[in-house]
Design a protein around this ligand. Structure first.
Ligand SMILES: [Zn+2]
Length: 147
């Protein structure tokens, strides 16, 4: 029985390492997507890479518009691309921005993601390389709870 705790600890470390590897792949894809951002008004470029439960990756960038309300975030661009291709459930999303510090998905994007996944890994990274890893539930903690 003494060994079981050690095995459980190793299992957690192994899973954590795999999640970080997945996150690194997604962050690289998000960075590539950021290069395509259309952000002539703010200059704030964002890219996202969304991993579906089926193992596909959909990318997106922010698309601004002179009528600011028509602007779409990178995260939602990726979600809408995935939904329009028949995907309905997601494992993880990575978001990269041109800002120095990591920028978390906005409230609208958190809500849109929660429409399709109860929980998923969320990674976000700024230009300084600092990366935050959390979950959608961590970013939207009381979503769906009736009080
Ligand atoms: Zn957003």
């Amino acid at each position: 029985m003494g060994d079981i705790r050690g095995l459980i600890a190793r299992e957690r470390l192994f899973i954590w390492r795999l999640k970080m590897e997945i996150g690194e792949i997604l962050l690289k894809k998000a960075h590539e997507a950021m290069e395509l951002a259309y952000a002539p008004y703010s200059g704030f470029r964002v890219g996202a890479a969304l991993l579906t439960q089926s193992g596909k990756i959909f990318t997106g960038c922010n698309v601004e518009h002179a009528s600011f309300g028509a602007t779409c975030c990178a995260e939602r661009t990726a979600v809408y691309k995935a939904i329009s291709e028949g995907e309905r459930s997601f494992r993880a999303i990575a978001v990269v921005s041109s800002g120095e510090r990591p920028t978390a998905p906005c409230g609208i994007c958190r809500q849109v993601l929660s429409e399709f996944s109860d929980d998923m890994a969320v990674y976000f990274c700024g230009s300084n390389g600092e990366t935050v890893g959390t979950t959608l539930r961590g970013l939207l903690p009381m979503n769906g709870i009736a009080l």
